[in-house]
Design a protein around this ligand. Structure first.
Ligand SMILES: [Cu+2]
Length: 457
């Protein structure tokens, strides 16, 4: 094992311990929680037009399928629930979160239950849902249920539909979900949204959509303005230098897996300052739904790029017909980059108007400050400097396969990660044997086993 790699893994161990310590501190330091009792009578549990148990609880339960294909949110966990009679009860905690968005960049975001974006909530159409929310943020907040048709008392807008939830307080939301589709929850305060306070709320339909899909994946698109040497997003900024899918920038995004010949659904959700044209390589898809639910089949038309505007969701489906590692990415050029200024820190960029050797020299000296090995494999012509407009993409393409290695990356071509930056992931369409091989690696690899593997290699 090289010294560079060893340093990385030592660093990773320290980072992990630091994160654990922080979580401990946050929980130990949180003020005694208090239930916001004056509002509890007004938040729907007693005033709801549906009553306290939904319109027809028996009927609602009868249509709940036990085996709805759950959506997978890569790099983000699902939120578990417990049952209170026929009510699905979720516990959501708003709190500061450290998020490693790239191998060399960790930010202080806000999120829910230790995750940014927050954990995914999945319910069935017809469910009665209760969300017990606890505010461990240093300021007041609330939870808005974006797109859901629920009583005004549940709408989560501070001062309009409820009193803001003060730090340390709890607040209970409860409603019946009569819709199906891709919704989300978020703080209804603009700056908090830009700190990362959002999560999926997916309502699976009573009757499965036709045609049914074999894979269902969800992404939340976010933007961050984090200056070099800083870890805190500037929520007042109008320009963004970090772009993420589910809280990570490529190549940290976990590749999606699809069996060759299967039908795939992607749900793409945007809560930021920009609109993102999300493009799929090698296949055509149809838009089968929006943030408002399923779209009639008569509206479906073939495309391969869908504009996902702020506060919108777009659901697309396609047949995974062609084997390969196919990119899925926002096509805005600036959103297909990571901020290398973080590596530069306060140093001058020396790659401008320099020969490759000089530029590579700077890259190599930068590399020594990065706790993992990486490569710059793209050759540059000797006369590159004499060609007007030489944009130096080649210097930005940093292969870092090993540091982002996981079962889902098994078998990708060497230096694959050099082509992955920003709002980007890939879907690996694999023949049965390869698909099952990776699936078995994934199922047998616990996080600690993966760590062991690295130490031994
Ligand atoms: Cu974009």
């Amino acid at each position: 094992m090289s010294g560079t790699r060893r340093r990385f893994f030592q660093h990773a161990a320290v980072f992990g311990a630091g994160l654990f310590g922080l979580r401990e501190t946050l929980h130990a330091g949180a003020p005694e929680s208090t239930v916001q009792s004056p509002r509890e009578n007004e938040n729907g549990r007693h005033h709801s037009p549906y009553g306290s148990h939904g319109p027809h609880p028996a009927q609602a339960r009868a249509v709940v399928r036990d085996h709805a294909l759950p959506m997978v949110t890569p790099d983000v966990a699902d939120l578990a629930h417990e049952m209170d009679g026929s009510v699905k009860v979720f516990h959501l905690v708003g709190e500061p979160v450290k998020r490693k968005i790239a191998p060399f960049k960790t930010i202080n975001a806000w999120g829910y239950n230790g995750s940014c974006p927050g954990p995914t909530i999945q319910v069935q159409q017809g469910d009665r849902v209760r969300v017990v929310f606890e505010n461990r943020l240093p300021e007041s907040t609330s939870l808005h249920w974006h797109g859901l048709e629920i009583p005004i008392e549940q709408d989560g807008v501070p001062y309009i539909s409820q009193k803001p939830v003060a730090p340390g307080e709890k607040y209970v939301y409860e409603f019946t979900v009569h819709q199906e589709g891709t919704f989300f929850y978020h703080a209804h305060s603009a700056m908090q949204e830009m700190m990362g306070q959002i999560g999926f709320f997916v309502a699976h339909p009573e009757k499965d959509y036709k045609p049914s899909v074999d894979h269902d994946y969800g992404f939340i698109l976010q933007e961050w303005a984090v200056l070099p040497n800083n870890t805190v997003p500037n929520t007042a900024a109008m320009e963004f230098n970090w772009l993420t899918f589910n809280g990570v920038s490529a190549p940290m995004t976990t590749p999606l897996l699809a069996r060759l010949g299967s039908r795939v659904r992607l749900r793409i959700l945007n809560l930021g300052m920009d609109h993102h044209p999300v493009h799929l390589h090698g296949h055509q898809f149809v838009v089968t739904g929006t943030e408002g639910g399923r779209a009639p089949e008569s509206t479906w038309c073939p495309m391969n790029t869908v504009l996902v505007g702020v506060a919108q969701a777009r659901v697309v489906e396609f047949e995974a017909k062609y084997p390969g590692a196919w990119m899925i990415h926002c096509h805005l050029p600036h959103h297909m980059m990571n901020s290398m200024m973080d590596l530069m820190r306060d140093r001058q960029i020396e790659t401008a108007d320099q020969t490759e050797a000089k530029a590579m020299g700077q890259m190599e000296s930068l590399a020594r400050s990065v706790p993992f090995q990486h490569v710059h494999p793209s050759p540059v012509a000797a006369n590159a400097e004499s060609v007007p407009g030489f944009p130096q993409d080649a210097f930005m393409e940093m292969g870092m396969d090993e540091v982002v290695e996981k079962p889902e990356t098994y078998g990708l071509p060497k230096n694959w990660s050099a082509g992955m930056m920003g709002m980007m992931t890939m879907i690996r369409v694999l023949p049965d044997k390869e698909y099952e091989n990776i699936l078995s690696k994934k199922n047998s690899a616990s996080p600690s086993a993966q760590e062991e593997h690295h130490h031994e290699s």
